[in-house]
Design a protein around this ligand. Structure first.
Ligand code: BTN
Length: 327
Protein backbone atom coordinates (compact mmCIF):
# COMPACT_ATOMS: atom_id res chain seq x y z
CA UNK A 1 0.00 0.00 0.00
CA UNK A 2 2.67 2.50 1.03
CA UNK A 3 4.57 1.82 -2.17
CA UNK A 4 1.51 2.83 -4.16
CA UNK A 5 1.11 6.00 -2.12
CA UNK A 6 4.79 6.74 -2.84
CA UNK A 7 4.16 6.34 -6.56
CA UNK A 8 1.17 8.70 -6.43
CA UNK A 9 3.07 11.29 -4.40
CA UNK A 10 6.01 11.07 -6.78
CA UNK A 11 3.70 11.71 -9.75
CA UNK A 12 2.28 14.78 -8.02
CA UNK A 13 5.78 15.99 -7.12
CA UNK A 14 6.91 15.76 -10.72
CA UNK A 15 4.02 17.98 -11.72
CA UNK A 16 4.22 20.44 -8.82
CA UNK A 17 3.35 23.55 -10.81
CA UNK A 18 0.26 22.22 -12.53
CA UNK A 19 -2.83 20.30 -11.56
CA UNK A 20 -2.88 16.72 -12.84
CA UNK A 21 -6.22 15.31 -13.80
CA UNK A 22 -7.57 12.49 -11.68
CA UNK A 23 -8.15 10.56 -14.88
CA UNK A 24 -4.49 10.75 -15.89
CA UNK A 25 -3.26 9.87 -12.39
CA UNK A 26 -5.61 6.89 -12.20
CA UNK A 27 -4.54 5.74 -15.66
CA UNK A 28 -0.80 6.10 -14.96
CA UNK A 29 -1.12 4.27 -11.67
CA UNK A 30 -3.50 1.72 -13.17
CA UNK A 31 -6.22 2.11 -10.55
CA UNK A 32 -9.86 3.12 -10.54
CA UNK A 33 -10.88 6.68 -9.77
CA UNK A 34 -12.39 5.69 -6.42
CA UNK A 35 -9.11 4.02 -5.40
CA UNK A 36 -7.24 7.16 -6.40
CA UNK A 37 -9.54 9.26 -4.21
CA UNK A 38 -8.89 6.87 -1.30
CA UNK A 39 -5.13 7.16 -1.78
CA UNK A 40 -5.32 10.96 -1.94
CA UNK A 41 -7.14 10.89 1.41
CA UNK A 42 -4.45 8.64 2.90
CA UNK A 43 -1.73 11.03 1.78
CA UNK A 44 -3.67 13.94 3.27
CA UNK A 45 -3.85 12.01 6.54
CA UNK A 46 -0.05 11.89 6.41
CA UNK A 47 -0.02 15.71 6.27
CA UNK A 48 0.61 15.91 2.52
CA UNK A 49 -1.26 19.00 1.29
CA UNK A 50 -3.10 18.19 -1.94
CA UNK A 51 -5.61 20.57 -3.45
CA UNK A 52 -8.39 19.05 -5.49
CA UNK A 53 -9.36 21.50 -8.23
CA UNK A 54 -12.65 21.14 -9.99
CA UNK A 55 -12.16 20.44 -13.74
CA UNK A 56 -8.34 20.48 -13.63
CA UNK A 57 -7.44 17.85 -11.04
CA UNK A 58 -5.01 17.47 -8.13
CA UNK A 59 -2.06 19.64 -7.15
CA UNK A 60 0.45 19.63 -4.31
CA UNK A 61 0.33 22.93 -2.48
CA UNK A 62 3.75 22.63 -0.86
CA UNK A 63 6.76 20.36 -1.28
CA UNK A 64 6.08 17.67 1.30
CA UNK A 65 8.86 16.55 3.62
CA UNK A 66 8.39 12.85 2.92
CA UNK A 67 11.25 10.36 2.74
CA UNK A 68 10.25 9.02 -0.66
CA UNK A 69 12.50 6.20 -1.90
CA UNK A 70 12.17 7.83 -5.33
CA UNK A 71 13.97 10.89 -3.93
CA UNK A 72 16.53 8.93 -1.91
CA UNK A 73 17.67 6.36 -4.46
CA UNK A 74 19.10 8.67 -7.11
CA UNK A 75 21.14 10.56 -4.52
CA UNK A 76 22.41 7.80 -2.24
CA UNK A 77 26.04 6.87 -2.98
CA UNK A 78 26.27 3.67 -0.97
CA UNK A 79 27.08 0.15 -2.13
CA UNK A 80 24.76 -1.84 0.10
CA UNK A 81 23.23 0.31 2.83
CA UNK A 82 19.81 1.50 1.68
CA UNK A 83 19.95 -0.28 -1.69
CA UNK A 84 16.79 -2.10 -0.58
CA UNK A 85 14.37 0.39 0.94
CA UNK A 86 10.99 0.01 2.59
CA UNK A 87 9.04 3.19 3.28
CA UNK A 88 5.94 3.52 5.46
CA UNK A 89 3.69 6.46 6.20
CA UNK A 90 2.82 4.70 9.44
CA UNK A 91 4.08 1.43 10.91
CA UNK A 92 4.12 -0.01 14.43
CA UNK A 93 7.92 0.02 14.64
CA UNK A 94 10.54 -0.10 11.91
CA UNK A 95 12.61 -2.49 14.05
CA UNK A 96 9.60 -4.76 14.55
CA UNK A 97 8.85 -4.69 10.80
CA UNK A 98 12.46 -5.60 9.92
CA UNK A 99 12.43 -8.42 12.47
CA UNK A 100 9.16 -9.73 11.03
CA UNK A 101 10.63 -9.75 7.53
CA UNK A 102 13.62 -11.71 8.79
CA UNK A 103 11.52 -14.09 10.88
CA UNK A 104 9.30 -14.92 7.91
CA UNK A 105 12.35 -16.01 5.96
CA UNK A 106 11.87 -13.34 3.31
CA UNK A 107 14.89 -12.41 1.25
CA UNK A 108 16.25 -9.48 3.23
CA UNK A 109 19.55 -8.35 1.74
CA UNK A 110 22.35 -7.03 3.92
CA UNK A 111 21.91 -3.25 4.19
CA UNK A 112 18.11 -3.22 3.87
CA UNK A 113 16.68 -0.03 5.35
CA UNK A 114 13.16 0.40 6.72
CA UNK A 115 11.92 3.98 7.00
CA UNK A 116 8.76 5.40 8.52
CA UNK A 117 7.14 8.81 8.62
CA UNK A 118 5.59 7.85 11.94
CA UNK A 119 5.48 4.85 14.29
CA UNK A 120 2.53 3.81 16.40
CA UNK A 121 4.62 1.66 18.76
CA UNK A 122 8.19 2.96 18.41
CA UNK A 123 10.50 0.93 20.61
CA UNK A 124 13.20 2.39 22.84
CA UNK A 125 15.95 0.70 24.81
CA UNK A 126 15.20 -1.17 28.02
CA UNK A 127 11.56 -1.74 27.11
CA UNK A 128 10.75 1.94 26.78
CA UNK A 129 8.79 3.51 23.94
CA UNK A 130 10.04 6.03 21.38
CA UNK A 131 7.96 9.11 20.62
CA UNK A 132 7.55 8.97 16.82
CA UNK A 133 5.50 11.92 15.63
CA UNK A 134 4.54 12.22 11.98
CA UNK A 135 6.96 14.07 9.67
CA UNK A 136 9.04 15.31 12.59
CA UNK A 137 11.73 12.73 13.08
CA UNK A 138 13.88 10.18 11.37
CA UNK A 139 12.76 6.68 12.26
CA UNK A 140 14.70 3.95 10.53
CA UNK A 141 16.01 0.44 10.95
CA UNK A 142 18.91 -1.15 9.13
CA UNK A 143 19.40 -4.87 8.62
CA UNK A 144 23.08 -5.80 8.78
CA UNK A 145 24.63 -9.22 8.35
CA UNK A 146 28.26 -8.76 9.31
CA UNK A 147 30.61 -11.72 9.43
CA UNK A 148 31.90 -11.04 12.93
CA UNK A 149 31.65 -12.47 16.43
CA UNK A 150 28.61 -11.30 18.46
CA UNK A 151 31.03 -9.88 21.04
CA UNK A 152 31.87 -7.14 18.53
CA UNK A 153 28.23 -6.14 17.98
CA UNK A 154 28.34 -3.19 20.44
CA UNK A 155 30.82 -1.53 18.08
CA UNK A 156 28.06 -1.32 15.50
CA UNK A 157 25.89 0.74 17.80
CA UNK A 158 28.83 2.99 18.69
CA UNK A 159 29.53 3.37 14.96
CA UNK A 160 25.91 4.18 14.34
CA UNK A 161 26.07 6.95 16.96
CA UNK A 162 29.24 8.33 15.37
CA UNK A 163 27.69 8.37 11.87
CA UNK A 164 24.55 10.05 13.21
CA UNK A 165 26.70 12.60 15.01
CA UNK A 166 28.61 13.41 11.80
CA UNK A 167 25.46 13.69 9.70
CA UNK A 168 23.76 16.00 12.21
CA UNK A 169 26.88 18.11 12.50
CA UNK A 170 27.34 18.43 8.74
CA UNK A 171 23.75 19.23 7.91
CA UNK A 172 22.80 21.40 10.91
CA UNK A 173 26.18 22.72 12.16
CA UNK A 174 25.12 21.68 15.67
CA UNK A 175 27.66 19.75 17.73
CA UNK A 176 25.97 16.79 19.47
CA UNK A 177 27.57 15.06 22.40
CA UNK A 178 27.50 11.26 22.40
CA UNK A 179 26.30 9.90 25.73
CA UNK A 180 27.50 6.37 26.31
CA UNK A 181 26.74 4.12 24.66
CA UNK A 182 24.81 5.68 21.78
CA UNK A 183 22.51 8.56 22.66
CA UNK A 184 23.02 11.95 21.05
CA UNK A 185 22.54 14.96 23.29
CA UNK A 186 22.33 18.58 22.27
CA UNK A 187 22.43 21.16 25.05
CA UNK A 188 22.27 18.28 27.53
CA UNK A 189 18.99 16.90 26.14
CA UNK A 190 18.44 13.80 24.08
CA UNK A 191 17.91 14.17 20.33
CA UNK A 192 18.66 10.62 19.21
CA UNK A 193 18.72 7.04 20.40
CA UNK A 194 19.71 3.71 18.91
CA UNK A 195 18.17 0.31 19.53
CA UNK A 196 20.09 -2.76 18.37
CA UNK A 197 18.31 -6.10 18.21
CA UNK A 198 20.45 -9.08 17.39
CA UNK A 199 19.99 -12.70 16.41
CA UNK A 200 23.16 -14.74 16.88
CA UNK A 201 24.85 -17.99 17.81
CA UNK A 202 27.79 -18.01 20.22
CA UNK A 203 30.31 -17.31 17.46
CA UNK A 204 28.24 -15.97 14.58
CA UNK A 205 25.80 -13.13 14.02
CA UNK A 206 22.79 -14.06 11.89
CA UNK A 207 21.62 -10.49 11.66
CA UNK A 208 21.60 -7.22 13.47
CA UNK A 209 18.71 -4.78 13.29
CA UNK A 210 19.98 -1.32 14.10
CA UNK A 211 17.17 1.13 14.75
CA UNK A 212 17.82 4.84 14.98
CA UNK A 213 15.46 7.59 16.03
CA UNK A 214 16.39 11.25 15.61
CA UNK A 215 14.25 14.19 16.73
CA UNK A 216 14.61 16.58 13.82
CA UNK A 217 11.68 18.98 13.53
CA UNK A 218 9.56 18.37 16.63
CA UNK A 219 8.26 21.59 18.10
CA UNK A 220 6.78 20.07 21.24
CA UNK A 221 7.20 16.85 23.22
CA UNK A 222 4.82 14.96 25.50
CA UNK A 223 4.87 16.07 29.12
CA UNK A 224 6.74 13.01 30.43
CA UNK A 225 9.83 13.53 28.25
CA UNK A 226 9.72 17.31 27.81
CA UNK A 227 12.48 17.92 30.32
CA UNK A 228 14.89 15.38 28.82
CA UNK A 229 14.23 15.50 25.09
CA UNK A 230 14.72 18.11 22.42
CA UNK A 231 14.88 18.37 18.64
CA UNK A 232 17.37 19.87 16.22
CA UNK A 233 14.73 22.43 15.26
CA UNK A 234 14.07 23.48 18.84
CA UNK A 235 17.79 24.02 19.45
CA UNK A 236 18.65 25.81 16.20
CA UNK A 237 15.40 27.72 15.81
CA UNK A 238 14.64 26.48 12.30
CA UNK A 239 13.61 23.24 10.57
CA UNK A 240 16.09 20.86 8.95
CA UNK A 241 15.87 18.46 6.04
CA UNK A 242 15.37 14.91 7.21
CA UNK A 243 16.29 13.72 3.72
CA UNK A 244 19.72 15.43 3.81
CA UNK A 245 20.50 14.03 7.26
CA UNK A 246 19.35 10.56 6.25
CA UNK A 247 21.47 10.41 3.10
CA UNK A 248 24.56 11.72 4.86
CA UNK A 249 24.02 9.32 7.76
CA UNK A 250 23.73 6.22 5.55
CA UNK A 251 26.85 7.17 3.59
CA UNK A 252 28.86 7.89 6.73
CA UNK A 253 27.75 4.69 8.40
CA UNK A 254 28.60 2.51 5.43
CA UNK A 255 32.07 4.07 5.18
CA UNK A 256 32.68 3.57 8.89
CA UNK A 257 31.53 -0.05 8.86
CA UNK A 258 33.69 -0.77 5.81
CA UNK A 259 36.71 0.59 7.68
CA UNK A 260 35.73 -1.58 10.63
CA UNK A 261 35.65 -4.72 8.47
CA UNK A 262 38.96 -3.98 6.76
CA UNK A 263 41.02 -2.23 9.44
CA UNK A 264 39.33 -3.06 12.75
CA UNK A 265 37.44 -0.93 15.26
CA UNK A 266 40.08 1.80 15.73
CA UNK A 267 38.24 4.48 13.73
CA UNK A 268 34.92 3.89 15.51
CA UNK A 269 36.57 3.98 18.94
CA UNK A 270 38.58 7.14 18.23
CA UNK A 271 35.71 9.02 16.56
CA UNK A 272 33.34 8.07 19.36
CA UNK A 273 35.89 9.27 21.93
CA UNK A 274 36.45 12.56 20.09
CA UNK A 275 32.75 13.41 20.19
CA UNK A 276 31.75 12.17 23.62
CA UNK A 277 32.24 14.09 26.84
CA UNK A 278 31.50 10.80 28.59
CA UNK A 279 34.68 9.09 27.44
CA UNK A 280 37.17 10.33 29.97
CA UNK A 281 37.18 11.61 33.54
CA UNK A 282 33.42 11.77 33.99
CA UNK A 283 31.88 10.58 37.26
CA UNK A 284 29.06 8.21 36.30
CA UNK A 285 26.65 5.65 37.66
CA UNK A 286 26.04 2.94 35.08
CA UNK A 287 23.33 0.30 35.30
CA UNK A 288 24.11 -2.71 33.12
CA UNK A 289 21.08 -4.91 33.70
CA UNK A 290 21.95 -6.69 36.89
CA UNK A 291 24.43 -4.37 38.61
CA UNK A 292 25.27 -0.74 39.13
CA UNK A 293 28.83 0.48 38.63
CA UNK A 294 29.88 3.85 39.97
CA UNK A 295 33.16 5.51 39.17
CA UNK A 296 35.16 7.65 36.78
CA UNK A 297 35.24 6.96 33.04
CA UNK A 298 38.62 5.97 31.61
CA UNK A 299 37.94 5.78 27.88
CA UNK A 300 36.83 2.88 25.68
CA UNK A 301 38.79 -0.34 25.38
CA UNK A 302 39.71 -1.44 21.80
CA UNK A 303 36.43 -3.41 21.56
CA UNK A 304 34.26 -0.45 22.49
CA UNK A 305 33.63 -1.25 26.18
CA UNK A 306 33.49 1.72 28.54
CA UNK A 307 36.21 1.56 31.20
CA UNK A 308 35.02 2.79 34.60
CA UNK A 309 37.42 3.10 37.52
CA UNK A 310 35.57 2.46 40.76
CA UNK A 311 36.40 3.78 44.23
CA UNK A 312 38.61 0.76 44.94
CA UNK A 313 40.80 1.51 41.90
CA UNK A 314 39.44 -1.48 40.00
CA UNK A 315 38.59 -0.85 36.34
CA UNK A 316 35.31 -2.37 35.09
CA UNK A 317 34.75 -2.78 31.36
CA UNK A 318 31.12 -2.30 30.34
CA UNK A 319 29.77 -3.38 26.94
CA UNK A 320 26.21 -2.27 27.44
CA UNK A 321 24.04 -0.47 29.95
CA UNK A 322 22.81 2.96 30.72
CA UNK A 323 24.39 5.95 32.40
CA UNK A 324 21.75 6.84 35.00
CA UNK A 325 23.62 9.60 36.82
CA UNK A 326 26.55 11.71 35.79
CA UNK A 327 28.18 15.00 36.64
C1 BTN B 1 16.55 4.61 22.81
O1 BTN B 1 15.76 4.21 23.68
O2 BTN B 1 17.34 5.51 23.02
C2 BTN B 1 16.54 3.95 21.45
C3 BTN B 1 15.46 4.51 20.58
C4 BTN B 1 15.43 3.90 19.20
C5 BTN B 1 14.25 4.41 18.39
C6 BTN B 1 14.28 3.94 16.98
S1 BTN B 1 13.10 4.77 15.98
C7 BTN B 1 13.37 3.65 14.69
C8 BTN B 1 13.58 2.29 15.29
N1 BTN B 1 12.32 1.60 15.43
C9 BTN B 1 11.96 1.46 16.70
O3 BTN B 1 10.90 0.96 17.08
N2 BTN B 1 12.90 1.95 17.49
C10 BTN B 1 14.02 2.46 16.75
Amino acid sequence: MDRKLDALLFQLLQNMTIAVSGEKLARDLQVSHSTLVRWIEKLRAAKVEIRGELFTGYRLTRVPDVLLPQLIRPRLRTKTLGRTLYHFYSVDSTNAFALRLLAHGRNVPDGTVVLAESQTAGRGRLGRSWHSELESGLYLSMVLKPVISPSLAPLFTLGCAVALHHAVQRVTRLEPNIKWPNDLLVGGRKVAGILAEIQAEVDRIHYLVLGAGLNVNHTVFPEDIRERATSLRLVSGHPHSRLEILIDFLEQLEALLERFQTAGPGAIVSEWTRHSSFAEGRHVEVVDGFRTVEGTTRGLNPFGALRVETGTGRVEELYSGEVRRWN
